[in-house]
Design a protein around this ligand. Structure first.
Ligand code: IMP
Ligand code: MG
Length: 174
């Protein structure tokens, strides 16, 4: 059995402050055409980031990236849907995801986007678990560096629960 930590690991206020800073950093360092958001985990982060960047030229597109399995371990097999419907040829793309864990999702997405003809690709994640990396990958923009703990809330799930919470919590075994 698992339950949420007694207190949030990252409060809603901390997230909002950091997202605004991140938006300023991105706006001043990367001119791009499309925000490509990886559903479902990145949904809340993406909307807050869009509001904070507030650039009418940014287009928004969503893909679904899932690594099958349930629970706390990904199966390693990544399934991506929705990319085939997008025209990213010659586009400068900001990929947004919730968390960088093993790095497999992001590195696969970057390869797929290159294949689709995107010319400049940068990546943005709300959280980075550097310790967990199994492939060599660095995100260009990172909201929070976190320890090797399983986190939920603000888009992130455990078996599809917890996603709609406005703050990030750790999940503890009880
Ligand atoms: P990666 O491909 O191993 O980097 O994992 C990326 C995906 O695994 C993320 O987009 C999340 O959906 C999921 N994930 C990794 N760590 C966590 C976590 O601590 N909580 C919830 N989901 C996670
Ligand atoms: Mg997930």
């Amino acid at each position: 059995m698992y339950k949420m930590s007694a207190k949030p690991m990252i409060s809603a206020k901390q997230i909002q402050t950091r997202v605004k800073d991140l938006a300023t950093e991105i706006n001043s360092t990367f001119e791009f055409d499309v925000i490509l958001s990886a559903l479902t985990g990145a949904f809340m982060f993406t909307t807050d980031l869009c509001r904070a960047m507030a650039n009418f030229k940014h287009r928004i597109a969503f893909i679904k990236a899932s690594s099958y399995g349930s629970g706390m371990e990904s199966s390693g097999k990544l399934k991506v849907t929705g990319l085939e419907k997008l025209d990213l040829k010659g586009k400068r793309v900001l990929i947004v995801d919730d968390i960088l864990d093993t790095g497999r999702t992001m590195s696969t997405l970057v390869s797929m986007l290159k294949e689709a003809g995107a010319t400049d690709i940068r990546t943005c994640v709300l959280m980075n678990k550097e310790e967990r990396r199994s492939v060599d990958f660095h995100a260009d923009y990172v909201g929070f560096e976190i320890a090797n703990e399983f986190v939920v809330g603000y888009g992130l799930d455990f078996d599809e629960d917890y996603r709609t919470l406005p703050e990030v919590w750790t999940l503890e075994e009880v």
